[in-house]
Ligand binder design. Structure first.
Ligand code: ATP
Length: 368
């Protein structure tokens, strides 16, 4: 079957988007399938919102086709599109004198008559959606007098009760605190899983992208440069290249960002292991103190942090005993350091050389 002829979900085929006559991105080929979450990632200004706004026809298409359940949206009336596609945008709407519940209820308008009168079933869906995003406490409050995060949840409820097969969300978590970020992303997964909804959204939190997305599309300012499952996209240095950052400043596997450390000759030697030294690495990084770390197994949980922040890491091969040569290297570096911090309390048979290093630092009066 041809990519664009899939009957369910949303497909963009050689889609061209931009503002006025100016094309910003071209050859955008995306597919949002029922029950799956497609996430757009990319740096600020790369075109994620432009794509999403063009999909929902807030912006005029500059070429190509968007298929909605197999039918080109260019051939569909707005009301027909609204029954299949709902959108949550970051832009604030400011309806005067409306309660949050009333705002959510506008999501039912595609199904009501011209007067916009909701029946019992409509209100049931409105209240279910409010419950789903945990916005009960603000339901009766004025929409203009709630916080950004509350507003974001209310707008999601509005899209949910529109009860469409496809849900488009532009940065649905941008204003939310950590609890609600998790909560909303959980709800989004639930909508995909339980209601078989096709979700297409943009997200900045790369650690969460990996957890919530079935497919990730990289938007690079001219097109969608890569598309694939998170395990493929968050591999190697693809994400770092997309955002124009150094490889070591983002741990793709964990989705963790690292601020650059001071890479001058080390003043401090940190003996760590098992994650215990991570707070020390961060403190030294904040204080701009160059440090060495070791002897660390390359599969140690703190190894990626150490490699990002330390000016020198003495590394032992994973699943192999530490070697004398590594100890000798560590001793040389320790000789040039003023102090040594040891966060390791228990020395097992596989890090006896670190114990030796610690004793040496103690003898030299360097141990803090
Ligand atoms: N109304 C507009 N008219 C003309 N150009 C615009 C308009 N809005 C955005 N742009 C430009 O379009 C490009 C893509 O912007 P867009 O908002 O799609 O990026 P984004 O990936 O969503 O960014 P962010 O992560 O910052 O939200 C940018 O260069 C931006 O300056």
């Amino acid at each position: 079957m041809k990519f664009s002829e899939r009957k369910q979900g949303l497909v963009t085929d050689k889609f061209k988007v931009g503002y006025g006559k100016k094309v910003i991105l071209s050859n955008v080929n995306l597919m949002a399938e029922p029950g799956r979450v497609l996430t757009l990632i990319g740096p600020n200004g790369s075109g994620k919102s432009t794509i999403l706004k063009s999909i929902v026809k807030q912006l005029k298409s500059l070429g190509g086709v968007v298929y909605l359940n197999g039918k080109a949206t260019s051939e569909m009336k707005e009301a027909e599109i609204a029954k299949s596609l709902s959108m949550v945008m970051t832009e604030h709407i400011h309806p005067e004198l409306m309660s949050c519940r009333d705002v959510v209820a506008t999501g039912r308008y595609p199904y009501t008559g011209r007067l916009g009168i909701l029946d019992k079933q409509d209100w049931k869906l409105v209240d279910e959606a409010i419950t789903m995003v945990h916005a009960e406490e603000v339901a009766e409050q004025s929409f203009t007098r709630i916080s950004d995060g509350q507003r974001q949840r209310v707008m999601l409820a509005r899209a949910i009760c529109q009860d469409t097969a496809i849900l488009v969300l532009d940065e649905p978590t941008s204003y939310l605190d950590i609890r609600y970020k998790l909560d909303i992303l959980n709800s989004i997964r639930k909508l995909a899983r339980e209601r078989n909804i096709a979700v297409i959204m943009s997200l900045h939190e790369l650690d969460l992208v990996q957890k919530v997305s079935d497919t990730v599309a990289c938007v690079d300012g001219t097109t969608v440069s890569h598309i694939g499952p998170p395990e493929e996209i968050f591999q190697g240095s693809l994400v770092q290249k997309l955002y124009g950052i150094e490889e070591k400043n983002f741990d793709s596997m964990l989705g963790i960002m690292q601020m650059p450390g001071n890479k001058a000759a080390p003043n401090v030697f940190v003996i760590g292991g098992g994650g215990a030294a991570i707070p020390t690495y961060y403190r030294l990084q904040r204080e701009h103190i160059p440090f060495a770390a070791g002897i660390l197994f390359e599969n140690d949980v703190e190894y990626p942090v150490a490699t990002a922040l330390a000016s020198k890491v003495i590394t032992a091969k994973a699943f192999y005993p530490m070697e004398e040569a590594q100890l000798e290297e560590a001793k040389k570096i320790l000789a040039g350091c003023e102090t040594c911090i040891c966060t390791c309390e228990n020395f097992g048979p596989y890090n006896m050389l670190n114990k030796e290093l610690r004793s040496l630092a103690e003898e030299q009066g360097k141990l803090k």
